[in-house]
Design a protein around this ligand. Structure first.
Ligand code: ADP
Ligand code: MG
Length: 238
């Protein structure tokens, strides 16, 4: 079970309150998109789930277990960063298994998981290359490969496609959705792009100014927006 429950989550940086009590229930296997304008607190919330930011108030639980005080390495999550976060001096294979080596996984486990992830992501021919020898889409797949080899209970994505050109973005959206359909890993995906949210999400969380404006399926938000902000945000072309 890998449901994620966020309850009354608050975050303040010193006197500055940036999340004012956020409640989100995410079911096992769900693909949830956090969307909202720049600065509304999406990354902060995601980093709190990952354990990269402390929690000022409230609780976050993963698979029924409160993780508020657990360091990132003890949470069963993997975060996908933008493609430029690859190690330039390591090969694709080395990039993908780095975390498994840190965990001191046995060599045969590492080999088997690398092979499975490389096949899933069509990276088998590229395992000995370096990131600079790859296209933008291939680099993005390597970044996802690093998360997949760990078989986490939860994937966290923070604007993973924002460095890619428009055409590649559309293709990668499709690939990420297909991957989710295959693995069914609970996913929280952050974007400021409403088209990305509408096309990828099982459930969308619309945020503004450190608060949730509405949670619903893409169709619910489109048909019955709670307020003008949601209507404008969801309805406007990107
Ligand atoms: P988003 O990802 O939605 O663009 P962020 O979560 O990055 O928004 O930021 C939310 C708010 O918190 C912003 O006002 C930002 O300036 C502030 N903030 C983020 N990180 C820090 C930090 N380390 N110290 C102080 N303020 C921060
Ligand atoms: Mg952000």
């Amino acid at each position: 079970m890998a449901e994620v429950n966020i309850s009354e989550a608050r975050k303040a940086y010193g006197p500055l309150s940036v999340l004012h009590g956020v409640d989100i229930e995410i079911r096992d296997g769900e693909f949830v998109v956090l969307v909202g304008p720049s600065g509304c607190g999406k990354s902060t919330l995601l980093r709190m789930v990952a354990g990269l930011e402390s929690i000022t108030g409230g609780t976050i639980s993963i698979g029924g277990k409160v993780v508020n005080n657990l360091p990132p390495k003890d949470r069963d999550i993997a975060m996908v960063f933008q493609s430029y976060a690859l190690y330039p001096h390591k090969t694709v294979a080395e990039n993908m298994v780095f975390a498994l080596r840190l965990q001191k996984q046995p060599a045969d486990v590492i080999k088997q998981r690398l092979q499975a992830a490389a096949e899933t992501l069509d990276l088998v021919p590229y395992l000995d290359r370096y990131p600079r020898q790859l296209s933008g889409g291939q680099r993005q797949r390597v970044a996802m490969g690093r998360a997949i080899v760990r078989s986490p209970q939860v994937f966290l994505f923070d604007e993973p496609l924002s460095n890619l050109d428009a055409k590649l973005r559309v293709q990668m959206r499709k690939e990420i959705k297909e991957l989710h359909q295959r693995l069914r890993t609970t996913t929280i995906y952050v974007t400021h792009d409403q088209v990305e949210a509408m096309t990828m999400a099982d459930k969308i969380v619309v945020m503004q100014g450190g608060k949730i404006e509405q949670i619903g399926t893409p169709l619910e938000l489109y048909d019955r927006p709670n307020n003008t902000f949601v209507a404008t945000f969801i309805g406007s072309p990107s």
